[in-house]
Every structure is written in C-alpha cells, then in structure tokens.
Design a protein around this ligand. Structure first.
Ligand code: ZN
Length: 140
C-alpha cells in the first residue's frame, strides 16, 4: 500500500492508516462520508448559492421595466414581487431583492399613511372640516 500523502510504502496491505504519517487509506468508507456531509450541510448551501448562475441583463431589464407598462404594469409588478419573494424556483439573489423591495414598499406605504393621517389631523385641529377643506381646494 503506497501512501498518497507521503509516498512511502506501508507493508500491511489491509492497514487503515499510513504507518509513517497517519493519513487514512480508507477515504471512501461510508461512516466517514456521513460524518463529513452532516458537518458540511450548511457550508454546502452557502457554496451552492455562491456558484449560482447570475441573473441575466435581460431578466433585470424586464424586471425593472415591468412597472412602466401602462395601467396593468404596476399590478403585475406587485404580483410578481410576491412570486419572486416567496416562489421556490426564483434564484436566491432575485428572491432577496424582491423581499427587500417588498419591505421597502410596506415601509413607504406606512409612512405615506402616517403622513396622510397627520395632515388630516392638522386640518381637523385647525378647525376646518374635511368638506370645507375640499371646497377650499376646488376654489383655488
Ligand atoms: Zn504517509
């Protein structure tokens, strides 16, 4: 048995380890492989993400142009955003982008509603009714 690590010859043909450097001769025995894969699961996942094929220029162009389609575009865009964010066959990078975009949209909507509400409150506090305020707007 010739050692792959140190190149020296071990007399015992059934030896599990090199008697000079201790390198295992049994790289492929199942128990070792199992131990290896259990420990490797998490890094394997990261590795597969790292090796993921990049999303093409055309794909991004289509994605970015979607909301500019007149009338229906914005609705398709919103639906697709959910599909991309939660769909199982979306590439991970696009999925992350869709999730981030959705969260940003939600924050923007909350801020908008909050600002709208505080504007309404200001109008109420200034002693005007909404009806009067609207009438004033139309008069301008
Ligand atoms: Zn050796």
């Amino acid at each position: 048995m010739v050692c792959k690590a140190c190149g020296r010859n071990t007399a015992n043909e059934n030896a599990n380890y090199c008697e000079y450097c201790g390198t295992s001769f049994r790289e492929n025995i199942p128990i070792r492989q199992e131990d290896y894969s259990i420990g490797k699961d998490k890094s394997m996942e990261i590795e597969s993400t790292g090796n993921e094929k990049p999303i093409s220029f055309g794909n991004w162009m289509g994605t970015m142009l979607l909301p500019f389609i007149p009338i229906v575009g914005i609705f398709i865009y919103l639906v697709m955003m959910f599909v991309w964010a939660f769909g199982s066959d979306t590439p991970k990078s696009k999925k992350n982008w869709a999730r981030a975009s959705l969260i940003i949209s939600v924050i923007a909507i909350i801020l908008f509603v909050f600002m709208l509400t505080s504007t309404m409150m200001d109008i109420m506090n200034s002693g005007l009714s909404i009806e009067e305020y609207m009438n004033q707007l139309y008069k301008l």
